[in-house]
Design a protein around this ligand. Structure first.
Ligand SMILES: [Zn+2]
Length: 303
């Protein structure tokens, strides 16, 4: 199963994007270092948590008892699928401005599991309100470096825009303001389940001429466990609930739809014919066996 990088806040309220305000100095006409930060303020009522939707490890904690703005650098535990590129890769995040008290609970090497709520936004440094200043990156880390525009940049091989780094899971994140960034919904993975069988008139079979959904239970509100490929499947049960007709193919239930589904109940006559021919075959085998045996006895006697 692919693991997608999911936006790690319950409320998206970007107050300053990478191409706005003092973030422009982080990259525009910089002759050396750059990053593409954005500010996430969350709900803006009290403080919001960073709630990772993937597992991360803390690579560095910066700012405790120092004049560097409080920050953490994180690396995803797994390679993640991100909108920016086709192949999965490690995603590196930096979060800045959390409160000192909060930051003290974080240490290098710590695993921050998906769904944990330990990193709280704050207003350390020059921040005016509670928010996280975030960068998302790929590749090697070179340091927190001051660029030719006097902006401090978390410098990696590649700095990603927020919509390049994260997909949105709408059931988790409520978007209040994306500040012009067009995020993509997380792709829904569909499992391909069931193995088509040979056409066989001696079995109850259902043929799908198109990939169709397979449900856990014979009911439209039931969980979709996957799609079955086109082909023949044996069914063990037919359920007519008055509105829909369902077929149990072992791994789950298929809803009858006349456009793409053909039903082939097992052919009783063929079955009889088949059992008749089986009977004659058996009889033939027995007769030839005895003829051979008699012939053998006969030849023995002749000796
Ligand atoms: Zn910022």
């Amino acid at each position: 199963m692919k693991e997608y990088a999911i936006y790690p806040f319950q409320t998206m309220n970007i107050t300053q994007n990478w191409n706005q305000g003092n973030h422009i100095n982080h990259w525009k006409q910089s002759t050396n270092y750059s990053d593409k930060p954005w500010d996430e303020a969350g709900k803006d009522i009290n403080q919001d948590f960073f709630i990772p939707q993937n597992d991360f490890i803390v690579e560095e904690v910066l700012g405790i008892n120092s004049n560097i703005t409080n920050s953490v650098r994180l690396k995803s535990i797994n390679k993640l699928y991100i909108p920016y590129k086709k192949d999965p890769d490690y995603l590196y995040l930096t979060l800045t401005h959390m409160n000192e008290e909060n930051l003290k609970h974080i240490s290098e090497g710590q695993i921050i599991k998906k769904g944990s709520t330990i990193l709280l936004e704050g207003k350390d440094g020059i921040a005016t309100g509670n928010h996280f200043h975030i960068t998302a990156n790929l590749g090697k880390y070179y340091g927190l470096l001051k660029n030719s525009n006097n902006a401090w940049c978390f410098t990696y091989d590649k700095s990603l825009l927020p919509e390049e780094a994260f997909y949105i899971e709408k059931s988790f994140t409520n978007i209040i303001n994306s500040q012009g960034s067009n995020f993509i919904d997380v792709p829904k993975e569909i499992n391909i389940i069931g193995v088509p069988v040979e056409k066989n008139s001696l079995k109850n079979q259902i043929e799908t001429t198109k990939s169709v959904k397979c449900y856990k239970n014979p009911n439209l509100d039931s969980e979709v466990i996957g799609n079955v490929k086109e082909g023949f499947y044996n069914y063990t049960e037919k359920i007519d609930d008055g509105t829909f007709i369902w077929y149990n193919i072992g791994v789950g239930y298929i809803l009858y739809q006349n456009e793409f589904i053909n039903i082939y109940p097992k052919n009783k006559k063929e079955e009889e014919k088949d059992s008749n021919s089986k009977f004659y075959k058996k009889l033939f085998t027995i007769i030839t066996y005895w003829i051979k045996k008699i012939l053998n006895i006969y030849s023995e006697l002749k000796k």
